[in-house]
Each structure stands twice: as C-alpha cells, then as structure tokens.
Design a protein around this ligand. Structure first.
Ligand code: FES
Length: 128
C-alpha cells in the first residue's frame, strides 16, 4: 500500500469509528416524551416518535403504551376520539382499538397499528 492509500484507509477507519460512536450515543439515550407526573392514568396524547412520525401515547393502570398514528391501510394519520376510545382514520373510516393492541375494529385496515416501545424512567415517559 502506498502513502496515499494508507492515508485514505486511515481516514475511512477514523470516520467509521466516529460515526459508530455517534450512532451508539444516539441509541443509548431514549427520547423523553412527557414527565410521568404530568401524565396520569387515563391520559392520552399525540407525540412525535423518534422517526419523526406522529404517534399516540396512553397510560392506564397497567402502564404506558404507544402506537404509530400512521394507518396501516394506506398511510393516513389517525386521530384519537376519546368519546369512542378509538383511533380513527379520516381517509376511509378505519378504526383501531388502542386498548386491544391497536387491532383494527372497523373499516378496511387488516393489520394493527405499529407499536412503539415506551416506558417510565426516572419520572419521564420515554421512547426506548
Ligand atoms: S388510509 Fe386509513 S382507512 Fe384507509
């Protein structure tokens, strides 16, 4: 290997090392969504997931859970209707039950909403 090749390979290796550290640092810090003390049992709210997509967070006596707000039919954004306790899609009338694993309960969707992993850590609800 000549000098130019050595320098190029060294630069690539250094870049990979720095990029790898940055990636692991990002993965190691969970995204804070809301303080747990400000989100009591029975609460629900929209938030932006780490991938930038809209999502819904819920808290019940059994804990916290969340779903992507992207409809599994054709990708419209669902909204939570508290009165009916359903996540409803405005595009074709699909609906999902957030208290039964986000499964479809009406309209054309055949697949449940994607789950988003959340947990409570040090009084924060975080996306893991
Ligand atoms: S995109 Fe949601 S029901 Fe069609």
């Amino acid at each position: 290997m000549n000098r130019r090749g050595f320098l190029r390979n060294t630069a690539i290796a250094a870049g990979a090392l720095i990029f790898g550290r940055t990636q692991s640092a990002v993965a190691a810090s969970p995204k804070k969504i809301i303080k747990a003390s400000k989100f009591p049992v029975g609460s629900s709210r929209k938030f932006v997931a780490t991938n930038g997509a809209p999502a819904f967070l819920f808290r019940t006596k059994s804990g916290v859970f969340a779903y992507s707000a992207i409809c599994t039919h054709q990708g419209c954004t669902v909204d939570y209707l508290k009165a009916g306790k359903k996540l409803v899609c405005p595009c074709h009338g699909g609906s999902f039950d957030p208290f039964k694993s986000g499964k479809p309960v009406g309209g054309p969707p055949e697949r449940a909403l994607d789950k988003i992993l959340v947990s409570i850590k040090s009084d924060w609800i975080v996306q893991s």
